[in-house]
Design a protein around this ligand. Structure first.
Ligand code: PGA
Length: 252
């Protein structure tokens, strides 16, 4: 049985004080939650504050990105040591906004994934097709390429540490959610591809989150699909009550 993982991707939102307040409210209600993994991904400037607030709880911290380099002259970048220093356990890799606006490629995401695994950060690897690609009927070709390239050279035994997030780009921040059937169809395709490439143990253990306008009103039908193991939540994670409602549904 795979444990659901609900992660809040706060993106470029929340000041230090706002992030502190939001994490305090979530910690108040879900500090002891062990039946679902709860991960908060604040902006870098709020990680220390949020990390301190949840330090005595079951809630974990994720970063929204990091560098595959260890240290040195890389202006504006953040290294794994900086994250680990603040007790960060997860890192989102290859979010479609990083791919679209900051030119991140599958090759770079693969480098970051290898570094994350090497340094014991749990990667949340994002994949997903654009609206154009879906309408042209190439969704599975796109997903297959992203999975194959991003996961290149990853040892099968690492899949217990890896989380894949299927996020159809057309559903992110648009209010349009993939139907539960559309999402399940791609999730089971991803699991099958991992089975073919890395074996059945890897495929059975890897957790695959859905992301893209997940909210309390659609979380139940998505989270009850056999191959959906949680959610990567953007907009609805910015409010403690709506995020809490999704966590509650994931707990079941
Ligand atoms: P959304 O974002 O929930 O606002 O659609 C999800 C994400 O981009 O991770």
């Amino acid at each position: 049985m795979r444990k659901n993982i609900i992660a809040g991707n706060w993106k470029m939102n929340k000041t230090f004080d706002e992030a502190s307040e939001l994490s305090r409210l979530i910690a108040r209600d879900y500090a002891d939650c062990t039946s679902v993994d709860i991960v908060l991904c604040p902006s870098f400037t709020s990680i220390k504050a949020v990390s301190d607030i949840v330090s005595e709880t079951q809630i974990q911290i994720g970063a929204q990105n990091f560098s595959h380099e260890d240290d040195g002259a890389f202006t504006g970048e953040i290294s794994y040591t900086m994250l680990k220093d603040l007790f960060v356990k997860y890192v989102i890799l290859g979010h479609s906004e990083r791919r679209e606006f900051f030119g991140e490629t599958d090759d770079l995401i693969n480098k970051k994934l290898i570094k994350a695994l090497d340094k014991n950060l749990k990667p949340i690897v994002c994949v997903g097709e654009s609206l154009n690609e879906r309408e042209n009927g190439v969704t599975k070709d796109i997903i297959k390429n992203q999975i194959d390239s991003c996961l290149l050279n990853i040892p099968s035994e690492k899949f217990s540490e890896i989380i894949i997030a299927y996020e159809p780009v057309w559903a992110i921040g648009t209010g349009k959610t993939a139907t539960a059937e559309q999402a399940q169809d791609v999730h089971s395709f991803i699991r099958q591809r991992i089975n073919d490439q890395f074996g059945s143990d890897a495929a059975n253990i890897v957790r695959i989150q859905y992301g893209g306008s997940m909210k309390a009103s659609n979380a139940k039908e998505l989270l009850t699909q056999p191959d959906i193991d949680g959610g990567l939540i953007g907009g609805a994670s910015l409010d403690a009550q709506s995020f809490g409602e999704i966590v509650k549904i994931a707990i079941g």
